[in-house]
Design a protein. Structure first.
Length: 65
């Protein structure tokens, strides 16, 4: 799940939660991620080639077992 309520503030945060098999319970990331990294994570998970800017971002790795 990923929710984005942009308030046009430079310190804007987005909530994202991963659930299911293979997700480490209670994991939290201190790393700053972008929407492109989120898109890369989703495309890698589904075995799809990353699109556009997502191809230059690393996928989110912290929550996985």
């Amino acid at each position: 799940f990923c929710y984005d309520e942009d308030d046009f503030n430079a310190d804007n945060h987005v909530f994202a939660a991963f659930c299911g098999r293979g997700v480490r319970r209670g994991a939290a990331s201190a790393v700053r991620h972008t929407h492109y990294g989120f898109c890369r994570t989703v495309s890698d998970n589904w075995g799809l080639p990353p699109l556009g800017q997502a191809s230059r971002e690393a996928p989110i790795a912290e929550p996985w077992i």
